[in-house]
Ligand binder design. Structure first.
Ligand code: NAG
Ligand code: NAG
Ligand code: NAG
Ligand code: NAG
Ligand code: NAG
Ligand code: NAG
Length: 232
């Protein structure tokens, strides 16, 4: 009796969640984190409107996937420099957008344009610490979910070039993520009517600090060459 209920329950679960027999331990939906599991998406990691990060205690990578096709990633890593150990490069990154499980077994993450990263390059005298946009589409050639006897569901991702991502352990079957909308780097169109009857249309990209000088230039440019229409 108990067994048949259990089997029926599993069958219902399998039918409700769309995943192939190759990745059949559980659905990809949820929150996953590598290593010591301190790096994972959501409000405790990034504050996009402020372009800040809460630095985790250890490096690592985390992913969250919702069952309606949304993903969020959190990454914190150091890249060593063999010949100059003092020139280690630190990168902390946040992005979100839409994911697709392709028929050929690949996974594609398409960002919506509000991702950002902070890069620390102690040996670059001109710029030792800066924030820049991160809007790369990420293709993972393959993904698998196994069950680890100790840690439970374990997600494996392989990058486009075949390099495996560190195994990801499931922190929760719920996705830990920020609101599913553009949270920074918004582009707005401002239409102003001036007293002389002209209408000015300006495109302003908010919070794009990676090139402050360029932003100032663009603003000046927009100011001098913005479209002007007669208002009828
Ligand atoms: C998962 O897939 C493997 C290989 O296709 C199969 O042997 C195994 O029975 C499946 N397990 C479940 C729980 O469906
Ligand atoms: C980092 O470690 C400190 C001290 O062990 C602890 O108080 C803090 O909660 C940890 N923070 C995170 C994000 O794990
Ligand atoms: C970010 O990338 C996506 C997918 O390629 C693209 O549609 C979008 O326009 C990009 N946004 C920005 C601000 O570059
Ligand atoms: C290592 O650091 C040196 C000194 O800054 C730099 O010239 C070199 O390009 C770096 N190598 C790598 C692989 O980043
Ligand atoms: C799966 O299809 C996508 C889109 O066409 C492609 O970019 C990717 O390389 C393919 N994956 C494999 C493993 O061939
Ligand atoms: C960007 O736009 C969304 C709604 O489209 C809004 O909720 C959010 O606060 C905006 N963010 C910024 C930094 O202006």
């Amino acid at each position: 009796m108990l067994r048949s209920l259990l089997v029926a329950g599993l069958a219902a679960l399998a039918a409700a969640q769309d995943y192939s027999s190759d990745h059949n331990t559980t659905a990809i939906t949820g929150t996953w984190s590598s290593g010591t599991q301190r790096v994972f998406p959501g409000p405790g990691f990034a504050n996009p409107a402020q372009e800040t990060f809460a630095y985790p205690n250890t490096t690592g990578v985390g992913y969250a996937f919702s069952d309606d096709g949304w993903y969020e990633i959190a990454r914190f890593r150091y890249v060593a420099n063999g010949s100059h150990p003092e020139c280690i490069i630190g990168t902390i990154l946040w992005a979100h957008g839409n994911y697709n499980l392709l028929d050929n077994g690949s996974l594609i993450l398409t960002p919506i344009g509000d991702g950002y990263q902070q890069v620390q390059t102690p040996c670059n005298k001109d710029n030792t610490n800066f924030i820049q946009n991160y809007n790369d589409t990420e293709l993972y050639s393959m993904w698998r979910i196994f069950t680890d006897v100790t840690f439970g569901p374990k997600l494996h991702l392989w990058q486009e070039d075949g390099t495996p991502v560190a195994p990801l352990f499931r922190l929760s079957d719920q996705p830990n993520m920020l609101p599913q909308q553009k949270l920074r780097n918004n582009q707005t169109t401002v239409v102003t009517s001036t007293s002389d009857g002209l209408v000015t249309v300006q495109t302003i990209v908010s919070r794009q600090p990676e090139k402050r000088e360029k932003k100032a230039l663009q603003k000046r440019h927009a100011g001098t060459e913005s479209w002007k229409f007669w208002k009828w």
